[in-house]
Structure formats: structure tokens, C-alpha cells
Design a protein around this ligand. Sequence first.
Ligand SMILES: Cc1ncc(COP(=O)(O)O)c(C=O)c1O
Length: 326
Amino acid sequence: MSSSSGDAAPLHMVTPCIRSFPISAHTGYDVYLKLENLQIPGSFKIRGIGNLLRNAAVHGCKKIVCPSGGNAGLAAAYAAKMIGLPAVIVLPQSTPAFVADKLRTEFGAEVEIKGKIWDESNTYAKELAKQPDVLYVHPYDHPDIWEGHKSMIIEASQQMPCQPDVVIASVGGGGLLNGILRGMQEVGWSDVPCLAMETVGADCLNAAIKAGKPVTLPDITSVAKSLGALTVADDTFNMVKQWKNFHSVVIQDAQAVDACFKLADDHRFLVEPACGASLHAVYGDVISNLQKEGKLGPVKSALVIVCGGSSATIKQMETWKNIVNL
Ligand SMILES: Cc1ncc(COP(=O)(O)O)c(C=O)c1O
């Protein structure tokens, strides 16, 4: 793992890609889980953001600023600490106090609380980043981020015994999906169907597909706050349009939260509803419904990106459960 600027070692870990026996017994086909929840800052985000920071450090960056009260902020703070750069993480007022504590105490970041919503934190972060040699870290919209996320598919292609019949991932602003599609192209999986999961009230990709162009959601009403981008990245939308076999599916919050509890029972992992959205594709009837509609062919194996999420504490899991009346 890298500890000095310019070091070539990536900041993320190679994660296991396990065959889930409990989920496969439930589905009747083999389900492989790419365990991004095991990354140190709690999610896949470190792959892309780690890559962005490492490249910036090589090019003389002296400080980073990231507007995110979520997993992107944690990944940025962790990456900065490992590289040895000071980090300012700008959080909206709605961010839970434990996130600010974690950023400060575990990763040594400076935390600034600015704005009611992310857009206001973002405007402030962009102002800070106007100083020389300061890198502005967008949570999902940057080619270096997509390049970093790509690595999870390259790993999975070497870890799985076969090519999957479907790849399943959650979508917020589309950084994860962008990296996944690029990775799939690189490993020769361009014909493999991709299933993009969102929740009602955090469904900017689905809204863009319906509108034929990226649109801005009026609000984020889902409990899957990590999927809460108002607009999908243009580049991701363009990639989706060109993917041969692409399915955008929007599910209820309760289904995403229920899948989080099922994963906890089956594999003893806690993940956010942002990740539960993908897991519902195999715990629920999404795949069989697509097959009944003739949109998806036979599935012998599925790859699910377990994107993780660090706000999934035992207490928070109970709160989500109550909110969605499970
Ligand atoms: C746990 C988790 N899953 C999925 C996503 C969605 O990622 P993206 O915004 O790159 O689409 C996020 C974004 O923060 C996340 O934290």
C-alpha cells in the first residue's frame, strides 16, 4: 500500500470474489459477490478516488478538497492520509456526526460543515480548490475515477471460474457503473448484460434513460442516500446508451433494506441500502422477471458488486428498517 507521493502501488485492496452458497441455493444459479465492502474506507470508492489522488500527487498536488459526507469523502480522506497530503472534506449539515468524527480521528482530515445540501457544499469546495496545487475531488465524475473503478472487473475476471451471464451494480451518479462498463469492455465482456439498480427517489439514471438525456431529479427521497446524485454523469449515460444488453431497474427502499438484512444473515456483512439495491436483484425476482419479459437470456452465473457503505452500523440498520416499515 502506498505511503508516499508518487508511489506506484494502488491504495485499494484486491477484494475477494466469492461464490455465495446461501444466495446460489436461493436463486438456483451461481451468484458471485465482489466484496468491495471490505475496502478499508468501507466501499469501492477508494479504487477510483485513490487512483485520482495518486495521479494528482505525481503531478504536484499539495492538498485535496472533497465535497462529500459519504463514502467518497471517506475514501478521499483515507487516500490523502496514505499519500501524505492534507485533506479538507466539506460536509452538508445533514451528515451524521459519526462521519465527521471518523474523518477527523481515523483519517486526520480537516472537516468543514457548509451548506444544507450537497450542491452548497460543492460550491464551497470548488471555491477552496481555486488555490494553487489544490485538487478538487468530485465524488464520481472524473476519468481517473472511472479508470480506478475499472480494476474491480479486471480482478473479478481473473477470480471467477467463468464469464458471468449478468453483472449487477448500483448507480448513484454513475461513477461505479462507468468503471464497470469500461472494465467489462477491457476483459472482453462487452456482450454480457449489465443490470443497473436504483431505488425510487434516487433514480437519476432511470430518469435519464426515460427522458433520452441526463435530467436533474427534484429531490432525493430514498433512504439509499449514497445513491443520491441528482444527475447522472454525461459520460456514463453515453456508455449506457451504447451497451448492447443493458437494463435499468428501480426498486422500493424496503426491498433494498430487506436485502441488506438478508446479506447480514447469509454472510455476516453490514452494507448500506445503496448496496442492498444490487443485492435485491438476486434475493428478489428482478432477474426472473426480466427473463419472463424476454429481456434476459438464461443465467447460470451472476456477478454482484457488493459496493458496501460505511454508514451501515447496527443502529442505522434498525433505523432504516423502521423507516421502510419492515
Ligand atoms: C456504497 C455506495 N454504493 C454505490 C454508490 C454509487 O456510486 P456512483 O455515485 O459512482 O454511482 C455509492 C456512491 O457514493 C456508494 O457510496
